[in-house]
Every structure is written in C-alpha cells, then in structure tokens.
Design a protein around this ligand. Structure first.
Ligand code: ZN
Length: 453
C-alpha cells in the first residue's frame, strides 16, 4: 500500500495544549504512520520533494470526533417538540410515536442519513444506544438482530465506525411494571434472553463492534443487572447506562431499593473503567465519588440535556473525582460536537459564575480520544503514529472562525466549519459535502416517511 501525505496548516497533537503549525501526517491504508511538525524536520532540502505530493489541509486538523451517545431515530423529532410546555416525560411520548413506526428498512434509511449528518460534523465513530430490537408488537423479526444490523449497515454507508450498544430494556418502571404499547418492542423478556440474542449477533464489517447497555435502573431490574455485566465483561465490551437524567428516577430508585441509582449500579458491579454513565445529571456527592473512584466514564449530552430541561450535571466535580468525560448528541436536537464540548465549560460557568473549568485541550479530549475509548476503540482519537487515520479539518476562514486562534476552535466553530473528514484513511467528507450521501435530501425523505405515516 502506498503512503498518503497530508500537510496540515495546523494539527492538534496529543498532549499538546495548543495546535502546532505545519504538520506532515503520513498514512498508509487506515493507519497513521508518521506525524512530523515541519519545524522539527532536520533536512528541509529533502523535504521539498516529499511535500510536493502532500494533500494540503488548510485550517485546523483534529483527530476524529467520537459521538459516544446517539439514538438515531430521535433525529426525526428535531424542531417538532417545542410547542407548549411539558418535560422529559411528555417529550418521551412523542418519541415513542416515532419508535413505533420504524422497521429495518426505514431505520436503515433514516440512520444512514443521520450518520451522514454526523460525518459532516466531523464524527468518525458513533455509539448507538440501541433498544428498538423487535417488531412493534414485541414479536421477533426473522433475524432477531435485524434492527441492529440495519444500524451497522447505515454506519457503513455513511462512512463512519459504530459501536452498537445493544441495550437491555425489560421493564417500564423501577418497581418492575411490564412494558406496554410502544415499549413492547424494546424488551427481550429477561437479561439471559437479551444476552442470547446479542451473543448471536456478529456485525458485518470491521467498522463495527458490539457493546452492551443497561437502559437505566427503570428498565433493568436489580436482579437482572448482573447478567448484563457478566456478558460485557466476558466480551471485554464497553458497557453504557443512562444514569440519573431525571430526579423522578432517583426518587423511584430510593423508594424501591433504598439507595440512589449510582449506588445500586455500584452494588451490582456495573461501574468500572469500561463503563460509561450517560448524563449523570442529578448526583449526590457520594454518587460522584462512586463514579470517579471506580474510573467510570461519564458521557455528557449538554444540548439534549438543555433541550429536555434535564438540568446541568456536575461535570467539573466528576472529572476531578476521576471520571473521564466524553460527549454525545443523544437526541440529535443538535448534531455538533463543538457545541457539546463548549457547553461542558459554559454550563459550568452558568452554574458557578466562574470561568475556566476546562482547558481547550480537555474539551478536545472529551470530543475525541475519550469518546473513542468509551466506545471500545482504544486506537482512535489521536493524531499519532499507530492510531487510526481519522482526520477532521476545520476551516479557520469562515465568518465564525476568521481571526480565531486555532486553540479557540472549540469555542468558535460549528459543525458547518468542518471541510474534510477522513475515516480510517478514506475521505468521507470533502469541501464540506458528504462524498456519497445527499444528506439534506435523505433526511427530508426519511423523516417524512416516519412522521407522516
Ligand atoms: Zn440516551
């Protein structure tokens, strides 16, 4: 295989507090093989010849962004849920009407468009927290993993990697009420049958891997948690769980189990370095200690948390306690990891009336290397030899970014400023356009198909 040379006007290299100017990045196939700041080159005369064939990357080149928490079908609700009042629970009723209408074919088409939108935003890997497993009446498809397979195929067609976080979802409430109505298709009956179904699923393509998820303490009874943990640990798979997004969930958990959701998860071995708690919005100090002390990651989804009036999680305290932070677009109310990243800092400012909680490089890590690690891709999210050849280039000459120093990009850029995206060595976005998917047209067509039926 031949070497491809990319010459980045600026590149943000691992462990550096700021981007570096004029960096030569060499890739072979899907891997980065060498990273050389031109200022470090010993023999400029020899370099002229090498650089003649380099692909120029004007602007700032970042590692691939990882969207560690997605529910692809929620994208159909964007902009449709803002009339009247309501809260998370009324929004959820609307979301269920969309969930009820999807089948493997329509979900493939919708998710392909959603993941292509993510690619345009610089996302090279998505963690899909997937629980639309079965037919709307709860019956199995001929292939019981047909819906998961559709999502894996959608990611392939959109040109990004996916960790399918196959989600165990068994009950409607913390006190164990049965799934009814639109929730019936989420359920496998019990965790053993969930594990059997997941065990039988081998995703097609080396762009995909399977992880596990506990939907929440609402949806997985305490005596079923251990089986999910066992499956995840046996497969060395990432394990994700929605945690304390809503005070009502905490109240119900205390009433039934006499402890917080974080404590319940800790008592059943759910927490640990390969586990990611999603949201972690309403925590006690002891909960923060349980997460951080066990090295459990936390995936913050600030644009969804604000959209659903969830609240602001204790991001700084969780990071200080030892939880690596990652980011997710969750409901896709917004698909922009720059916005998610700066919200981590800016929400903390609103709460504390103090600035400067997270350095720019910390926000970059949340959007890149930590997110990839949370999804089980330890070899992605850094511009470093041996890592996957994911390169996301952000223009510094748009109306938003002009005059902004490269280190300020997470406070200035939007997804619209991403000009080129390389995933595993393949160009997926060029000149701000997806190379194979007409993203707006496919979004319109696929959303109309599930909204207006
Ligand atoms: Zn979620």
């Amino acid at each position: 295989m031949t070497t491809t040379r990319w010459l980045a006007e600026y590149a943000w290299l691992p462990d550096d507090p700021e981007p570096t100017a004029d960096v030569l990045i060499e890739t072979i196939g899907g891997r980065i093989t060498a990273v050389t700041p031109l200022a470090d080159r010993a023999a400029p005369a020899a370099g002229v010849e090498v650089l003649a064939d380099a692909v120029r990357l004007p602007g700032l080149t970042l590692p691939g962004l990882a969207n560690a928490h997605s529910h692809a079908f929620h994208r159909a609700l964007r902009g449709r849920t803002h009339a009247g009042r309501g809260d998370f629970w009324t929004w959820r009723d609307l979301m269920y009407t969309v969930a009820d209408r999807l089948d493997p074919d329509t979900y493939l088409a919708l998710a392909r468009a959603v993941y292509a939108e993510l690619a345009l935003a610089g996302v090279t890997c998505v963690g899909e927290f997937h629980y639309l497993h079965h037919r709307p009446d709860g019956g199995r498809y001929a292939d019981p993993n047909a819906m998961g397979a559709a999502l894996v195929e959608a990611a392939a067609q959109a040109g990004i990697r996916i960790t399918l976080l196959d989600t165990c979802y068994l009950t409607a409430t913390v006190d164990g009420r049965a799934l009814t109505g639109p929730q019936r298709r989420f359920g496998d009956g019990d965790a053993a049958r969930w594990a059997d179904r997941v065990e039988a699923f081998t995703p097609a393509g080396d762009h995909a891997r399977v992880g596990a998820a506990v939907h929440s303490v609402r949806a997985v009874p305490a005596d079923q948690l251990d089986a999910v943990v066992e499956w995840a640990r046996r497969h060395d798979a990432p394990l994700h769980v929605h945690l304390s997004e809503q005070p009502a969930e905490n109240d119900a958990c205390r009433a039934v189990h006499g402890r917080t959701p974080a404590r319940l998860l800790a008592d059943h071995g759910v927490l640990g370095p390969t586990t990611t708690a999603v949201h972690a919005t309403h925590l006690t100090s002891a909960d923060v200690g349980l997460l951080g002390g066990s090295g459990t990651g936390v995936c913050l989804c600030p644009t969804t948390e604000r959209d659903l009036a969830d609240g602001i999680g204790p991001a700084r305290r969780m990071a200080e306690a030892g939880s690596p932070l990652s980011l997710g677009s969750d409901s896709h109310a917004v698909a922009d990891l720059f916005e998610e990243a700066r919200a981590v800092e800016l929400d903390e400012r609103l709460r504390t009336r103090q600035r400067g909680h997270f350095a720019p490089a910390a926000l970059r890590d949340a959007a890149t290397v930590t997110g990839h690690a949370a999804l089980g891709w330890a070899d992605a999210g850094r511009i470093a030899p041996g890592d996957r050849a994911d390169l996301v280039t952000v223009r510094l000459d748009s109306a938003r970014t002009a005059g902004v120093p490269p280190v300020g990009v997470f406070f200035a850029a939007t997804a619209a400023d991403v000009t080129q995206v390389v995933v595993d060595g393949r160009v997926v976005v060029r000149d701000g356009r997806h190379t194979t998917v007409d993203v707006p047209a496919e979004l319109v067509a696929t959303i109309q198909a599930v909204i207006s039926r």
